[in-house]
Unconditional design. Structure first.
Lengths: 234, 254
């Protein structure tokens, strides 16, 4: 095979001249075109009509909800009368639940910051690009690493007696190791899950558990209560 | 004598010079005009003229981004109407809630709809993010749009949170007190950031005014800008990405 000289790309810097486009095919390459059998349809009406219908469904659903359920309104704000418990809006109740177990700087600043940073770096950390299942072609080495890492996380949260995180973490670890076997329908489904997907699923489950407990199961002094014993305000 | 049908009325309107000065193409009964309908419209031209058929399937995106966008539109519409009846001052803000409930026509309906749409938007945005992650739709070339999406989630949370104070009832006051007390614990900047946000050391009339301006001007403008980038990038990065697909079938020499 003859050696091909490197192709020099010269960027024009003259703003007045009209750029010319030239396609170069190296002698060692074919002018190959990728083809797909993909079916295309006209955006109007296929997509536009679906968008309009979706918007109508959302508006009608919200209108029905607005007729059926009234937004809460308590007495006028009074700085001298603290309700017990004083609660943040529901999407921050996971954080407020963490406040019950950790120092404020950890629960209110460090953990949310970690979550945001972790979310931002996902596409830049080559996460899940190849998407190999967690246990694919792995020996006992990887199992030991996962077991130790999971154990450290469980131990760390157990020290702070943060059971709403410990219990889901143990459950996710059990599911992870259940996926090592390949027999059974559920197992073969779990066996396809990649490590980043396990971590995100763990995060979503923990966030949901914390939010649900904070929203429905907390009473005076942030004590555990059953949801039917107190009013929930959104 | 011609019979007067809906179709003939539409055709007559379409043939007027005035209508054609606004919409230059004819009825969308040919694929050429269907193309022009998308192509020549400022709002629709974020779409390509043709889309991949499989992107229309429900399980491709679950329409979650669309639900969040629909909520945003509902929130702008109901929010502007609510602004006509609202004064960001103590105690008038709370009295306005009572006015909405007992005096203003459909005032309670407006407030209900605004509140439920806000909750649904937070929920739909979170689910949308989960959908994108598990479909691995953040992979190149979509990395930056994922980051824009994370910013949009934060803006959505801040919008919902600043709106939470505006009714000025016990729920609002203590909800915001709890949240801003958490911010106080941030090292170095915590105290100062809280003072800046509240316009004082406690949740007061100043805080109400600042949250009002953030809720009605600053954050909606930020949302509009970021949302424009987000939707435009979806198109530029190759359209909506559903479940991971195998690479194109085959190569062909032409």
């Amino acid at each position: 095979m003859s050696t091909v000289p490197p192709i020099d790309v010269v960027d024009s810097v003259d703003p007045v001249s009209v750029p010319k486009r030239i396609a170069l095919v190296r002698p060692d390459r074919r002018p190959a075109v990728r083809t797909t059998e993909e079916k295309y349809v006209m955006t109007f009406p296929n997509l536009i009509v679906r968008e309009v219908v979706l918007f109508q469904i959302v508006v009608i659903g919200l209108a029905l909800a607005a007729i059926a359920f009234d937004a809460p309104l308590e007495g006028i704000a009074n700085p001298l009368e603290t309700p017990n418990p004083a609660m943040a809006p529901w999407y921050f109740l996971g954080l407020q639940e963490l406040l019950h177990y950790f120092p404020p700087v950890v629960a209110g600043v460090l953990m949310p910051l970690l979550v945001v940073v972790a979310l931002v770096v996902i596409p830049y950390a080559r996460i899940n690009l190849t998407a190999g299942p967690l246990w694919q072609g792995s020996g006992t080495h990887r199992a030991i690493v996962v077991f130790v890492a999971g154990g450290v996380i469980v131990g760390l949260f157990a020290v702070f007696r943060c059971w709403p995180i410990v219990v889901p973490t143990v459950a996710v670890l059990l599911a992870m190791f259940a996926a090592r076997g390949s027999s059974g329908r559920v197992r073969s489904l779990l066996a396809k899950v990649t490590l980043p997907e396990w971590i995100m699923a763990w995060f979503a489950i923990v966030a949901t558990v914390l939010t649900v407990i904070g929203t429905f199961f907390r009473g005076p002094g942030w004590s555990f209560v059953w949801p039917w014993t107190r009013a929930v305000g959104f | 004598m011609t019979t007067l049908s809906l179709d003939s009325v539409f055709r007559r309107v379409r043939d007027t010079g005035f209508y054609r000065s606004i919409v230059r193409h004819g009825a969308a009964s040919t694929n050429r005009n269907r193309s022009l309908l998308v192509f020549e419209n400022l709002f629709l031209h974020v779409h390509p003229v043709k889309v991949r058929a499989r992107t229309l399937r429900f399980t491709h995106t679950y329409w979650l981004g669309g639900i969040a966008l629909a909520c945003a539109l509902v929130l702008v519409a109901t929010g502007v109407l609510l602004m006509f009846y609202y004064h960001p001052s103590v105690p008038q803000a709370y009295r306005d809630m009572k006015e909405l409930e007992f005096v203003v026509d459909d005032g309670l309906f407006l407030r209900n709809m605004h509140r439920w749409a806000a909750h649904l938007m937070v929920f739909a945005t979170f689910l949308h993010m989960m959908r994108v992650f598990f479909h691995r739709a953040y992979r190149p070339p979509r990395q930056f749009n994922w980051v824009v999406g994370v910013v949009l989630l934060l803006v959505t949370l801040l919008l919902s949170y600043t709106g939470y104070l505006l009714p000025w009832d016990q729920l609002a006051f203590w909800g915001v007190s709890v949240g801003t007390n958490m911010a106080k614990t941030a090292p170095l900047i915590g105290e100062k950031a809280r003072f800046l946000l509240l316009g004082g050391n406690i949740v007061s009339e100043n805080a109400l005014l600042r949250f009002y301006v953030l809720h009605c001007v600053v954050l909606p403008v930020a949302l509009l800008l970021m949302l424009s980038v987000h939707i435009w990038r979806v198109r530029k990065d190759g359209g909506v990405q559903g479940p991971p697909e195998p690479p194109p079938d085959r190569e062909e020499v032409r």
